[in-house]
Design a protein around this ligand. Structure first.
Ligand code: URA
Ligand code: SF4
Length: 195
């Protein structure tokens, strides 16, 4: 089976999933969007109000910030892949629980295995923690390690992990926005090495 078919099947499974209680409250599950051949994968936390309404990741205010950051380094949504650790919206946009992450993260693991990105950018500390732990790296405060690169070795080759802040954190904090800009600039440079 090719990537396309594997991803479509997985998306269907996510849309019908009832592995944790979040399914009961969702309007739409949000599997992810973008290219299945993406070199870079962005991993947010969980869908919010608009994501749940539309079934697409990062389409609310945080999404506008992400779009802007991508545009600044010449990337469009069609050439990257964007998803979250948890695929259904937690009530009141609370943080996902450990149980929800545990139930849902196998979907993210599978997306990584199918897409085989060269670079993973966890957005925010929850996503950062999941991804760093998954690949066996110690977790440190995001203020310390955002923009740093970690080289993971997988069955299908090397993956570079570069954590950054969650775009929502930039909404009222210009300093964070600047840090995000700097990290994305670095990402742009990094991706040139993979083209
Ligand atoms: N915040 C996230 O972490 N993910 C989304 O898809 C939207 C907002
Ligand atoms: Fe399934 Fe994940 Fe949705 Fe829970 S959050 S119901 S595990 S898709």
């Amino acid at each position: 089976m090719g990537k396309e078919e594997l991803m479509r099947k997985l998306e269907e499974k996510i849309k019908n999933c009832r592995k944790c209680p979040l399914w009961e409250l969702r309007t739409n599950a949000v599997p992810g969007s973008g290219s299945y051949d993406a070199k870079v994968m962005f991993v947010g936390e969980a869908p919010g109000y608009w994501e749940d309404q539309k079934g697409l990741p990062f389409v609310g205010r945080a999404g506008k910030v992400l779009d802007e950051l991508l545009r600044e380094i010449g990337l469009s949504r069609d050439e990257v892949y964007i998803t979250n650790i948890v695929k259904c919206r937690p009530p009141e946009n609370r943080d996902p629980t450990e149980e929800e992450i545990k139930a849902c993260s196998p979907y993210l693991d599978r997306q990584i295995d199918i897409i085989r990105p060269k670079v993973i950018v966890p957005l925010g500390r929850h996503s950062m923690r999941y991804i760093l732990e998954k690949f066996g790296f110690p977790v440190e405060p995001i203020s310390k390690i955002h923009g740093e690169t970690f080289e993971a070795h997988t069955l299908f080759g090397r993956i570079v992990i570069m954590p950054s802040y969650h775009p929502a954190a930039a909404l009222y904090r210009p300093q964070i926005k600047e840090e995000l800009r700097r990290d994305f600039k670095k990402l742009g440079e990094l991706l040139k090495g993979f083209s």
